[in-house]
Write a protein that binds this ligand. Structure first.
Ligand SMILES: CC(C)(COP(=O)(O)OP(=O)(O)OC[C@H]1O[C@@H](n2cnc3c(N)ncnc32)[C@H](O)[C@@H]1OP(=O)(O)O)[C@@H](O)C(=O)NCCC(=O)NCCSC(=O)CCC(=O)c1ccccc1C(=O)O
Length: 373
């Protein structure tokens, strides 16, 4: 561009790479079979934030078994917390059944998620399946009766729906860590999690129509709306770089090869009507998962994501979760984000003045609080 020196170009290039780096911080990613290594966004980035915070630690956490206050043992799941870190891990432990869930499994999962929600020291929850063959293969078909799934009780139930709602509304991030099959009701479970980190051996799909079942709730609606908006921002950065540098070859190919990851209604219909399976890279292209990593790196990468989230403001992260869900969740979404607003307000002097005035049987003095524009 006229009037700009080579140095100016380098500065702009560095700044744009840095902006892109903040969109996908500190990572060299495999996305859609291409390695995205935005200069300046690798973990060696030398900006103030990285100088202050340093690298995200990658050591293996020390896991300790966790219990809830019912005192009952867990049979179908393993519930653990990382010592000294805000991470809980909940694992379906029926590998011989490809981690299919029965009512007992769902009840235990709900107890563990409830405990992790109530534990102030926990900031992120990993949800996974035992072994490398399956995250979860859905409802245990051998226990399916006319009213749903029945194990020790005589009556059937469809209680996984309650678990889905619990994960969706849980005010902390839940990360699905998927190795092997995530199919049927197991596929729905990974979709309702906030993030999905997939191993390269992961397989995704709905099987319902093959076995006379379907999930017309979250299983249909959330799938149709899944997309990774983040890629759009990377696209904008690449496009700007093209506009500024007039690098036609790189610019045009960048623009053409940047995909907008989205399942959308058409793909959702395909997944449900055909009940096909998709490998990890296909799932990534569709925006079903956040990242695909080699199987042997799955837990390491997931822990890194947890630690990166845990560096950030818990309240900000909480509000981001409820804000992102709000529009799709209707009244329930508004209730969640509205509740967060009340929670924050209770911590203010203004909120406290109202309560104190009531308890002290006096008029509240709200005059000292600004009526902000
Ligand atoms: C997952 C597979 C593709 C894995 O294949 P493979 O590696 O070859 O292993 P297999 O030899 O098939 O399986 C090993 C072993 O596990 C048993 N098993 C696997 N999955 C299940 C299952 N879902 N239920 C019961 N048992 C299972 C299998 O029988 C073998 O046992 P052996 O004793 O060794 O023979 C493959 O296993 C597979 O396709 N599995 C079935 C996937 C499936 O169709 N799942 C059910 C979909 S429907 C569903 O999940 C209901 C969802 C639901 O719960 C729901 C929905 C909507 C409203 C409410 C509800 C609700 O609350 O219930």
């Amino acid at each position: 561009m006229a009037g700009m020196s080579k140095n100016d170009f380098e500065i702009i290039n560095r700044r744009m790479a840095s902006v892109a780096g903040h969109l996908i911080p500190g990572q060299i990613l495999t996305r859609n079979n291409e390695t995205i290594s935005l200069s300046g966004c690798s973990s060696g980035i030398d900006d103030t934030y990285h100088r202050v915070h340093g690298e995200v630690p990658s050591h293996i956490p020390e896991w300790t078994p966790a219990v809830d206050d019912s005192g009952k043992p867990f049979i179908d799941i393993v519930y653990e917390k990382a010592v000294g870190e805000g991470i809980a891990k909940i694992t379906i432990n029926r590998p011989e059944k490809r981690n299919a869930f029965r009512p007992q499994t769902v009840k235990e999962l709900m107890r563990a998620f409830n405990d992790a929600r109530d534990d102030n020291s926990i900031g992120v929850i990993i949800f996974t399946g035992k072994g490398t063959k399956a995250f979860c293969s859905g409802g245990d078909q051998s226990l399916r009766g006319k009213q749903g799934y029945a194990d020790f009780d005589n009556f059937g139930r469809l209680n996984v729906l309650d678990l889905q709602v619990q994960i969706r509304r849980l005010p902390k991030p839940v990360i699905a860590m998927v190795a092997g099959y995530a199919v049927g009701g197991g596929h729905v479970l990974h979709m309702v999690c906030d993030l999905t980190i997939a191993a390269d051996n992961a397989v995704f799909g709905q099987t319902g129509p093959k076995v006379g079942s379907f999930d017309a709730g979250y299983g249909a609606s959330i799938m149709a709306r899944l997309e990774l908006h983040k890629n759009f921002l990377v696209f904008v950065c690449k496009f700007l770089r093209f506009v500024i540098f007039k690098n036609l070859i790189v610019g045009v190919s960048d623009v053409l090869t940047t995909s907008f990851e989205s399942v959308g209604p058409k793909r959702a219909r395909e997944m449900w009507f055909m009940a096909r399976f998709y490998n990890a890279s296909e799932a990534e292209k569709m925006g079903l998962v956040n990242i695909v990593v080699p199987l042997e790196k799955l837990e390491e990468e997931t822990i890194k994501w947890c630690r990166e989230i845990l560096r950030n403001s818990p309240m900000a992260v909480r509000l981001c979760k409820s804000a992102i869900n709000a529009i799709d969740d209707g009244h329930a979404g508004l209730q969640q984000i509205g509740g967060d607003a009340t929670l924050l307000f209770y911590g203010t002097e203004e909120g406290t003045e109202g309560k104190n005035a009531y308890l002290q049987r006096r008029k509240p003095d709200f005059s000292k609080f600004p009526r902000l524009p």
